[in-house]
Design a binder for this molecule. Structure first.
Ligand SMILES: [Zn+2]
Length: 665
């Protein structure tokens, strides 16, 4: 169920006599779907049990008269003041024991049974009212789950829920003590009721407790969503359920959050927030989109695509003419079947007064409306042709939330960041116009020729077996430093030398290592000299051959990368974390060994992306530069949007039918 383009709309922010003008302007722009009501709890239920859906009925009716369908958000991200006044125990408690106050959004504890009962009531009432309304095509659960809950919650309900979760995971307290190694610093527990949440303490909590806390926190939010999904599924007919994800946000295991949804939606803000000016790189933007495609291994929606300057207290740069269109085209190129712009009209009140929409504050269509209207008119007719299609990547980069959490707890080197490391690998493929998917460490890898799994620190159930089977069957696998170090309980493995369960696969032992504080190690490979960063494993070859070695310095002559034949495939180890130059050289080598193909060379700043549809391949050329570029794909391609010339921030689309593109592996 796809609509190509839509917009997020807050009719409750505007006088009702404006709604018809808004609906007309939306329809004239070519929009087909509108998300509504995800923060409207108080308007929908102004007092406990007193519902008012009449205004939303009229808004949906006004939109429907112009051919616009509705997606309704469940409003659980904004519990109203009357609810908090009646039940202040709903407010969350932070790790310093402070109760956070009403205001902002998501000032709630997601395990609190009172809060959950109120959420269930409003979701049930909405589903009963709209669950068979054909003007409503689907639902969004909550809003950006995990956003606003970073340090929360440590209330008595969360503590009890955590203890119950631990009992389920470990069985009995003796097993937990053994799994965590609580003999250290006299932390042995007599019962689950003694186990704390990781509140402020004098030094640092046990890494095993911290990892289980992160797992619990993720499971709690997944369960918070599941309660709503169950209510909606039981009361709706022919309507989808989705949620708006936030790229590489790390609080929830997104693979778990995505599992019960019909499809994933994503919020894409390329200028980001005021913390990371001025623009996110095209590779970083692409990585978030490719992660979204990986969550259910299917095409997705953008539920919030940037439509103007962004900011709250501080503002980011204003997108240049063409950039909003370019970024929307990039989302579509990477697998979005519907793009919903955030928001319709810049609001005049509240925290997001300067998080601008398509229309300015005065509501008069201007540059942004005209640019996006032109884009919708050109792109919408093409989109059904590649609906559901993904890139057909031959390469995958493993992304694991549990590995990321383990490195958030113990990064080793202050600059070592799991997500950044995965994005750096993805960027190396992106820079070579090689489609690269992300995959879960639970995924079937058989569709890929080359898999890079950075920092497989924890030995999680089934992962080493799956990676070995992939290589044994002919796959090319790259593993990196800090692999095979710990158990799933976050304690060090002792059965083998490092890299633990991967020694036989890689044909190496690691008997010593060095955290590269304040130094890097030069490594020459493929005619280039890059640097090993953050970490250096001192590798002993046990059947593998060295691909490169450390240059002058403490690690001179030691293997920097190794390669080992295993079964019908090849297992490569990077004994360090490469900088961009070294990464590029090592990726070139891996790509050649695994016979992975690129979409071709492109001018500087031009990104090439493919959607492999049933009738053939669609190739997007996206010019992220402020200069005019050209892109002429090889024989067999014809332009279906634009031509060879790419104006500044321009995009073109080419098509090659299946019989010309040849065999599809
Ligand atoms: Zn709580």
């Amino acid at each position: 169920m796809n609509f190509q383009f839509g917009v997020d709309y807050y009719p409750e922010h505007w006088p009702e006599d404006r709604w018809e003008t808004d609906a007309r302007l939306m329809a004239e722009m070519g929009l087909k779907v509108v998300r509504l009501a995800e923060f409207a709890w108080n308007k929908l239920e102004p007092a406990q049990g007193r519902f008012d859906f009449a205004w939303l009925d009229r808004a949906i009716g006004t939109l429907a008269a112009r051919g616009l369908k509705a997606v309704l958000g469940t409003p659980s991200a904004s519990p109203p003041a009357w609810l908090i006044a009646a039940h202040p125990e709903i407010l969350p408690v932070d790790s310093e024991g402070r109760t956070r106050g009403f205001g902002g959004r998501h000032h709630d504890c997601q395990s609190n049974p009172t809060y959950r009962s109120h959420v269930a009531r409003i979701v049930t009432a909405l589903a009963d009212h709209y669950g068979r309304d054909t003007r409503v095509v689907g639902w969004q659960t909550d809003n950006e789950l995990g956003n606003s809950h970073d340090d929360l919650c440590h209330c008595r309900h969360c503590k009890k829920s955590f203890q119950d979760w631990l009992e389920k995971r470990h069985g009995d307290i003796g097993t937990l003590n053994r799994n965590w190694g609580t003999v250290f610093w006299s932390q042995t527990y007599d019962s689950f009721s003694q186990v704390p949440t990781p509140m402020l303490t004098l030094t640092a909590h046990s890494p095993s407790l911290l990892l289980d806390w992160k797992r619990f926190h993720s499971d709690l939010i997944v369960n918070f969503q599941q309660v709503q999904i169950d209510l909606l599924r039981a009361r709706t007919h022919g309507q989808f359920i989705t949620h708006n994800f936030m790229g590489f946000h790390d609080l929830i295991d997104y693979y778990n959050l995505a599992a019960p949804l019909d499809f994933v939606s994503h919020d894409q803000y390329p200028v980001g927030f005021w913390e990371n000016p001025p623009y996110r790189s095209p590779a970083v933007l692409a990585s978030a989109l490719d992660l979204m495609a990986s969550l259910k291994e299917k095409a997705f929606w953008i539920m919030e695509q940037q439509a103007g300057p962004t900011g709250w207290q501080i503002l980011a740069r204003t997108p240049r003419p063409g950039q909003l269109v370019l970024w929307a085209a990039q989302s579509i190129a990477h697998g979005a079947d519907t793009v919903v712009f955030f928001r319709w009209r810049s609001c005049t009140v509240g925290t997001e007064q300067f998080w601008h929409g398509i229309l300015p504050h005065n509501g008069v269509p201007g540059r942004r409306y005209d640019e996006l209207k032109g884009f919708v008119g050109a792109m919408a007719p093409l989109m059904p042709r590649f609906e559901g299609a993904l890139s057909g990547a031959e390469v995958a980069v493993v992304h694991s939330y549990e590995q990321n959490w383990a490195f958030e707890i113990q990064p080793h080197h202050p600059e070592l960041d799991y997500v950044k490391s995965a994005q750096d690998v993805h960027a190396a493929f992106h820079d070579r116009n090689i489609p690269a998917a992300f995959v879960s460490d639970r995924a079937d890898l058989s569709a890929y020729k080359l898999v890079v799994a950075p920092l497989v620190f924890l030995d999680l159930p089934g992962v080493s077996e799956r990676l070995k089977a992939f290589v044994n069957a002919g796959g090319h696998l790259v593993l990196t430093a800090r692999t095979g170090v710990k158990s799933q309980s976050n304690v060090c493995l002792t059965e083998n030398a490092l890299p633990g369960p991967y020694g036989e696969l890689l044909g190496i032992d690691i008997l010593d290592y060095d955290c590269l504080r304040g130094v890097t190690v030069p490594v020459a490979v493929g005619g280039e000299t890059g640097q090993g960063r953050f970490w250096w494993d001192v590798v002993t070859l046990r059947g593998a051959k060295a691909l490169a070695a450390g240059g002058t310095g403490d690690h001179e002559g030691e293997p920097a990368a190794t390669s080992h034949q295993f079964g019908r495939g090849q297992a490569t180890y990077w004994a360090t974390l490469p900088d961009e130059v070294l990464m590029g050289a090592l990726i070139d080598r891996a790509v050649a060994d695994a016979r992975v193909s690129s979409l071709g060379a492109s001018d500087a700043g031009v990104e090439l992306v493919r959607r492999r549809a049933a009738e053939g391949d669609f190739l997007f050329a996206l010019n992220h530069s402020a200069e005019t570029r050209t892109h002429v794909p090889g024989p067999g391609w014809r332009a279906v949007a634009g031509g060879a010339t790419l104006p500044p921030y321009g995009y073109n689309v080419f098509f090659r039918p299946k019989e010309v593109s040849g065999v599809i592996e």
